[in-house]
Design a protein around this ligand. Structure first.
Ligand code: IMP
Length: 424
């Protein structure tokens, strides 16, 4: 049995928190795409943890955590993540598995990301500069180095050939970037040795065996559906399939094995980096959402752009993913607004539409809102659904009706304990 959990907006929906909360129901947590561009935040017992590549079930002794073939791994970042976990004595060696088919981010992939963004000038994507795009380019270009390759004695020859090609490409960019490769390589090779102490596996076979044994698997997505390479706001997207189909290719699981598709969304919308965002707020309300929601990137620290909930985009993401249940995050952040706007339609080239058109740039799209009543109560200490203000209940019911999918979790704060379960 396999369930999927993925983000329905532009990332940062709170996937890490929910995976951590749900892990007790599963035997295996498997990340299926993305890489250290992700920042999955978990909070419990007064500590805040940010994971980039390691799946968010790692803090539960009972769960195996798998980094799937669809993920791109930077050994340097991975090593730092492992070091941060050391004080917690998590017995990781048996519970953290890496697919041999996952691709490796080289130091020169990061440099290429930097050179590419610098050359784009004002048209830059706003990449996290973690080398994600160049690594996926080498994967599809059939030049990449995979985790399984680093087990071979001659892998450094392969490394050097790819590095030299990258250095040539960096020279060809019109904008020069400054770098000193020696220390970067030293750090990289050192981290590769650390990585080698973990178990590399043929993960598609492993997952098949585990399914035969009746194990329960949760596939963990990264980024969000609107950053998907095919269905997101291209070219302002990441370089992988963040949607449900990405779980099949990123883990080697068949679509007919998937049961629940859990879609996570914030009660409002945020976006980090460039690209269109129809409901973005440039007024006091946007500033308040950013401040109360502490909307700063977990990986880069950049301020996130904030706006009202966009039902047109959300419905699109629900359809593309086949979402069977919804989890609404950060409901507490909306407390204190006298009224709340929800975008139900777009005015697109003069016409009223309720589907996502080819281009949602503000040149073409103007959001059309419905106004709902706000509430003024601190939700962060609530532990029962009965205590929710009736206006928030109205908001939840309104969304369930509009989206035609039940909301099974309402999150009212970053901590594990601030999670309300609904049986819709
Ligand atoms: P890249 O994947 O680092 O190249 O970034 C491409 C775009 O996706 C940029 O706009 C990033 O800000 C955005 N992005 C990448 N990863 C995340 C994430 O985990 N959360 C939110 N935005 C992300």
């Amino acid at each position: 049995m396999i369930d999927l959990l993925l983000g329905l907006q532009w990332g940062d929906e709170g996937k890490g928190k929910i995976v951590d909360v749900l892990t007790k129901k599963y035997d295996i947590i498997a990340r299926f795409q993305g890489g250290p561009n992700a920042g999955h935040t978990l909070e419990f017992d007064g500590h805040k943890h940010v994971l980039h590549t390691i799946p968010s079930g790692i803090f539960h002794d009972s769960a195996v955590n798998l980094v799937g073939n669809g993920v791109v791994i930077d050994p340097v970042v991975f090593k730092k993540e492992l070091e941060k976990l050391t004080p917690y004595k998590l017995n990781i060696s048996h519970r953290l598995l890496i697919s041999r088919k996952a691709h490796v981010i080289l130091p020169t992939h990061r440099l290429l990301d930097q050179a590419s963004e610098a050359a784009k000038g004002s048209a830059k994507i706003g990449s996290t500069l973690k080398g994600i795009g160049p690594t996926y380019m080498d994967k599809t270009g059939r030049n990449g180095i995979r985790i399984g390759d680093i087990e071979a004695p001659d892998w450094k020859e392969k490394y050097r050939a790819l590095r030299d090609k990258h250095l040539q490409m960096i020279e060809n960019y019109k904008v020069a970037i400054d770098f000193d490769l020696d220390p970067l390589e030293q750090e990289f090779f050192d981290a590769v040795e650390t990585l080698k102490s973990l178990q590399f596996i043929d993960s598609e076979h492993y997952l098949e065996q585990q399914q035969r044994l009746g194990k329960r698997i949760l596939a963990e997505g990264a980024q969000g559906s609107l950053l998907d390479i095919d269905f997101g706001t291209y070219p302002y997207v990441t370089s992988s399939n963040t949607t449900a189909a990405g779980a099949c290719t990123g883990l080697g699981i068949a679509p007919n094995r998937i049961q629940k598709v859990i879609g996570i969304f914030k009660a409002y919308t945020t976006r980090v980096g460039s690209g269109p965002f129809p409901t973005e707020l440039f007024d006091e309300n946007g500033i308040t959402l950013g401040r109360v929601g502490n909307e700063f990137g977990a990986t880069t620290g950049r301020a996130r752009r904030c706006g009202w909930l966009d039902l047109v985009a959300l419905k699109y993401a629900i359809t593309v993913n086949g979402v069977t249940e919804l989890n609404m995050m950060k409901a507490d952040v909306l407390s204190g607004f006298p009224s709340i706007e929800v975008c139900t339609h777009y005015r697109y080239k003069g016409e009223l539409i309720d589907h996502l058109p080819f281009d949602i740039d503000s040149k073409y799209v103007e959001p059309v809102y419905e106004t709902l009543k706000g509430w003024n109560a601190d939700l962060t200490g609530l532990n029962s659904l009965d205590q929710l203000p009736h206006e928030l209940n109205d908001y939840i019911h309104y969304l369930e009706t509009a989206l035609e999918v039940p909301i099974t979790i309402v999150s009212v704060g970053p901590d594990r304990s601030q999670t309300l379960f609904r049986n819709s």
